[in-house]
Structures are given as structure tokens and as C-alpha cells.
Design a protein around this ligand. Structure first.
Ligand SMILES: [Zn+2]
Length: 596
């Protein structure tokens, strides 16, 4: 065992298993300093390494010590293992509070690195940029924007460090792990909020209301020429199309120009349709709100997802990220008023129906794409045809892209949701989401009819996903009259995050609390029923209800299985009695709809 391990190590040099590189040089290499104050660990290692958690915290403290009038560090939360999640606030003239940032006539940019801790480029790029600000080389940056910078969001995953965490990625030498210490993926947690890390980010977003939220990752998939890929929900599939249009027409062109000028190759987010045959095209993924960028789209928070290309060397990726920040800061300072207007427009907009699920278009659009040549070979290892990327550029003039833009499920947006007092955890999560919740006072009753979702069919996932058993269900919507709502919580959808509130609280939405299994207790009937009591009760019930008796007789005549199953017969009768559990399979959150 040990002998074969040693042979394996000797036979494979680090990254020797990865496709060949296309050589790269860029102007951005000039950004690196090798000596002098505040040289980063990344630079000291010539672009090979990223500092560990302690070194990262120490560097944040050195930045603040070097420039206390422009930098301040704070803890925004703690991981389950008790590590502090740091955030650096950078602003001219010690304007560090949320209120000061809001009123200093500059946009605020939130940069988040390491939500997947192995994908840590965003940290080392921002450290170089902040160093250049601290040393006065880039004074211009803080005259344009305020910066909120989270160097590592997934602090526990960051310390599960190894050379062997990401087989598809060229550096840094040691890198963290994707999930947190509880093996939860933070970038699936934006609606259910199970992790303290994502709860911390949402609190920051509520407090500072950044003009743009940037979430920096590294890819997992195919090979191509682009080194810096990024994106956001496109306007044609967006719940905040006014925001998407500003990102498309004002922000993106400036970023792309900055990157190209410095020798980088910006591109779109890429998810191959067939991992072994790239020419079949790419999937135009539209994120649902469990993801940072899907959440931003629904919450009217302009959000950009960066995915640096994992096969490019760490140094090239980090330098490209610095340039992306630089371009984004220029674009934001020029266009933030337009972006703020778009945000206000989207916050005020409430559709009658909300799209909660989209599917992929059958017909592709065609795009020009800078690919990498590959060939096929029959693998004796996998027993199938595999792709081998050849390290040579290949231009596709008409690569199919299948956009996830078709509406699959829409729901009617209620005027209000009503949450029973027994669900304080839901209320707490809504508050962290930035959604206003009102507690109804002591004598509140609703004269108008409310609607309640009753489950008609359901299936539970066979396996847990993100620690939960998700549920798929279909519903009938029943009318409930004169419900006493004393002590309940009211959520009006006519509020800035009304679309997000609708997705979270409507049980038909795939990222609702319901779909994530938050209401799984309603799937169980708990009171017992004895046949010696039910049998005589049912007999007199049928005698007094001829219609029910006819229905029962018809079922026995027409449904042989039912007829021969005493338990099913008694169960059917029990469901007709007033003793039956009226809360069974009933979604407890009620809705009211405005008269049309
Ligand atoms: Zn990622």
C-alpha cells in the first residue's frame, strides 16, 4: 500500500495530469511586487501560494495598521468551528459606518472571496489591490468607490487545506475545500440559511446595501482560452431585467476592455452540455435563488458571479481578478446612478405572477467562442470514448448555447402571507433575508377569505441534499374563512424584497422553505383511532349523510383494491369525520389575494 503510494507520487508531478497550457504573458504581471512593504504571501511565492487563515488575518491587520484612516476590519460572524469571518471596510476619510458609506456619494462594492474555499483567487487579488491603495499607488480607487472585502467567507473549509482538494485546478499549491466544516455548500444556502457564513453575508448586505455584490469562484469544467469568465442573470431571463440591462450595457463592456488591455481573455460563464464533446455546446444556466447570483437577481441586488478558469495557472487567474476589480470599480463609479435607478425600479416592481422555475430552451442561440482543440480516444481505463484537450486554440464561430429561459413554473403572487406564531424560525430567516415582517396585534381577525395550500401529491427525495430531504408536491388551494390571526406574522409582498418573499414562502417555488423540507412535520398524522369507536361512528355518519353513503358504496363497487382493504375503507371513513386531523398535509402559511 505504502509502496504503491510512493510510486504514484513519483510518477505524477503536480498538475502533470492536466491538459497542456497555452503560454501566457500579460501586462498585468507588472502589478506584482517582490520586495517592499506589504508584499503579499502570493507575491513572495511568485504567484504559487495563498496564505492560510492566520496569515490572512495577520495581513488584514497589517493593511489596517498601514492605513488606519482608509481601512477598518471587523468580524461579520463566526463559523461553526468558531473562526471569525473578517471583513475589511475601505473608504476615504474614515467613513466606515454603513450610514456614512450610504451618504458619501460613492457606490459601495462588496467583494466576497472564498465562498468555496479552494477557489481563493479573489483573496490574493484584493490583497494586492488594497496594498496598492495603502501605499498610495492606487489612490484613485477609493475616490471612486467604497469597498467591503470579505477575504475568506468559508473560513473552516479554507483550513481543510491540501494539494489534493481540486484535481482540475492549477494552484495555489495548497488550497481549501469546497464546503464548510458541516459539509454544507455555502453557495446553495442563500434561501434556506442553514449556515452562519451565509447568514453573515446577508446581514452585511442588509446593513450596507452595496451597489454591487461580487462573488469570486474558480470553474470546474471544460478547457477553453478564456481565463476570466463571469456573468449574471441575463435580462431576458431575469426577475430584475432593468438591473441586468445596466450590467450588460454599462458594466460588462468596461470590465472586458480592461481585461483585454492587460492581456487577459474575458469570457462568458461556461457549462458544457457534454463534458466529453464540447462542440455540442454550452448550457446557459440561470441561477435559482439558492445561489448568490440567483438570490441577487430575485432580491434586486446587482450581483456578478466570477468563475476564473481552473486550468489557468494561479498567478494568471489572480492577476486577472485584480484587473476585473479595477475595471468593475471604474464602471461602477461611472454608472452607479443608473444602477441605483434600476434597483429602485425593480424594488418597486411586483408582478402578478412570479416565475419560480425555468427550463432550458430546445433551440440554441449561436455564439462565437474561443475554444481549445480536443481529440477523442478510446480509454482502456474508463472503457468509453474520452476527450483529450490539446492546448491549441480553436475558434467556434457558431457554438450552440441553450439558455435556461423557458418559463416552467409561475405562481400567483399573493397580496400577503400569514405565518402562524409557531414558526418563529421562519420569521427569523425572513428578517435576515431583509424582508419586513409585522406581528399582528392582539385582536386581529381577517374578514376576507384566505387561501391555504393543501398537498394533493408528494414525493420526498431519496437522498439528503445539503443536509435536507427536499420535497416535491402538488397542491389544491382551499378557501379559509374568518381565521383568527391574533399573534400571527404578516408579510406584505408590496415591499422591496417582495419577489424574494414570494419565492421563499410560496410552497410551489423550488427554493422555498417548504421545498427545502422546513415543513416536513405536516406530512405526519399523529392521533390514533380505534375501530371499535370508528365503526359505530361511521355507521351513523353514513345513515345521516346519504350522499356520503352513496359515494362510499360507489367506491366499494368500482375499486376492488379498496373494497378488499379494511384499513383503506376505515381510513376513508375516518377522513370524513370531524375527528380527522385538519392540519394534516396543510401548508400552515396562509395567503390573501387582492380582488382583481
Ligand atoms: Zn465555486
Amino acid at each position: 500500500m505504502i509502496a504503491s503510494m510512493i510510486m504514484l507520487t513519483a510518477g505524477l508531478s503536480l498538475n502533470g495530469h492536466l491538459p497542456p497550457l497555452i503560454p501566457w504573458q500579460g501586462q498585468s504581471e507588472q502589478l506584482m511586487q517582490t520586495t517592499g512593504p506589504l508584499t503579499t504571501d502570493f507575491e513572495l511565492s511568485e504567484g504559487e501560494r495563498s496564505p492560510n487563515y492566520q496569515q490572512t488575518v495577520a495581513f488584514v491587520e497589517r493593511l489596517v495598521a498601514a492605513n488606519p484612516t482608509q481601512f477598518r476590519a471587523r468580524d461579520i460572524g463566526f463559523s461553526q468551528s468558531g473562526r471569525a469571518i473578517k471583513m475589511l471596510v475601505a473608504s476615504e476619510q474614515s467613513q466606515f459606518s454603513a450610514a456614512m458609506l450610504k451618504n458619501n456619494n460613492k457606490p459601495t462594492l462588496l467583494i466576497q472571496a472564498g465562498i468555496h474555499a479552494g477557489e481563493i483567487d479573489g483573496k490574493d487579488a484584493a490583497f494586492m489591490m488594497l496594498r496598492d491603495i495603502a501605499l498610495g499607488k492606487r489612490r484613485d480607487l477609493l475616490s471612486k468607490v467604497n469597498i467591503l472585502f470579505i477575504p475568506i467567507l468559508n473560513v473552516d473549509g479554507h483550513e481543510r487545506s491540501s494539494q489534493y482538494n481540486r484535481i482540475n485546478q492549477r494552484g495555489p499549491t495548497d488550497m481549501g475545500f469546497r464546503t464548510n466544516a458541516n459539509n454544507l455548500n455555502l453557495n446553495r444556502d442563500f434561501t434556506k440559511l442553514d449556515t452562519p457564513e451565509v447568514r453573515a453575508v446577508l446581514k452585511v448586505i442588509n446593513e450596507y446595501q452595496p451597489d454591487l455584490y461580487l462573488d469570486v469562484h474558480v470553474t470546474d469544467g471544460a478547457d477553453y482560452q478564456y481565463d476570466i469568465t463571469y456573468g449574471f442573470t441575463p435580462s431576458f431571463a431575469s426577475e430584475s431585467p432593468a438591473i441586468a440591462q445596466v450590467l450588460e450595457t454599462k458594466i460588462k463592456p468596461t470590465i472586458d476592455t480592461a481585461l483585454a488591455k492587460q492581456g487577459h481573455i474575458p469570457g462568458p460563464l461556461v457549462f458544457a452540455m457534454d463534458k466529453r464533446d464540447f462542440k455540442k455546446g454550452i448550457a446557459g444556466w440561470v441561477a435559482s435563488p439558492r445561489f448568490s447570483n440567483g438570490w441577487g437577481d430575485l432580491a434586486a441586488v446587482p450581483t456578478i458571479l466570477v468563475e476564473n478558469h481552473s486550468l489557468k495557472p494561479y498567478k494568471q487567474r489572480v492577476l486577472g481578478t485584480y484587473i476585473l476589480y479595477d475595471g468593475l470599480i471604474s464602471a461602477l463609479s461611472e454608472h452607479y446612478i443608473e444602477l441605483e435607478k434600476a434597483v429602485i425600479k425593480e424594488q418597486k416592481h411586483l408582478p402578478q405572477q412570479l416565475v419560480v422555475k425555468r427550463s432550458y430552451a430546445k433551440q440554441p442561440d449561436l455564439i462565437s467562442f474561443k475554444g481549445v482543440a480536443y481529440k477523442h480516444f478510446k480509454s482502456a481505463i474508463s472503457g468509453q470514448t474520452e476527450a483529450k484537450y490539446l492546448g491549441k486554440p480553436q475558434q467556434y464561430d457558431a457554438l450552440p448555447i441553450y439558455w435556461q429561459k423557458e418559463v416552467a413554473v409561475k405562481v400567483d403572487v399573493p397580496d400577503k402571507f400569514y405565518i402562524p406564531p409557531a414558526y418563529p424560525d421562519i420569521v427569523k430567516k425572513l428578517t435576515i433575508q431583509g424582508i419586513k415582517v409585522t406581528k399582528l396585534d392582539e385582536t386581529y381577525s381577517k374578514s376576507e377569505a384566505l387561501k391555504q395550500a393543501s398537498i394533493t401529491n408528494y414525493t420526498f427525495a431519496k437522498q439528503p441534499f445539503e443536509g435536507r430531504f427536499r420535497v416535491d408536491a402538488t397542491f389544491n388551494f382551499d378557501v379559509k374563512n374568518s381565521v383568527d390571526l391574533t399573534g400571527w406574522y404578516e408579510v406584505a409582498t408590496a415591499q422591496a424584497k417582495g419577489e424574494l418573499a414570494t419565492h421563499l414562502l410560496h410552497p410551489q417555488a423550488p427554493d422555498s422553505f417548504f421545498s427545502w423540507g422546513e415543513f416536513n412535520t405536516i406530512f405526519q398524522r399523529t392521533e390514533y383511532v380505534e375501530n371499535y369507536a370508528l365503526e359505530p361512528f361511521a355507521r351513523s355518519m353514513l345513515k345521516e349523510n346519504p350522499a356520503m353513503a352513496l359515494e362510499f358504496d360507489r367506491k366499494i363497487r368500482e375499486d376492488k383494491e379498496f373494497a378488499s382493504d379494511p384499513a383503506a375503507r376505515m381510513d376513508w371513513l375516518y377522513a370524513q369525520t370531524p375527528y380527522y386531523d385538519q392540519a394534516y398535509l396543510k401548508y400552515p402559511i396562509l395567503m390573501s389575494f387582492k380582488e382583481k
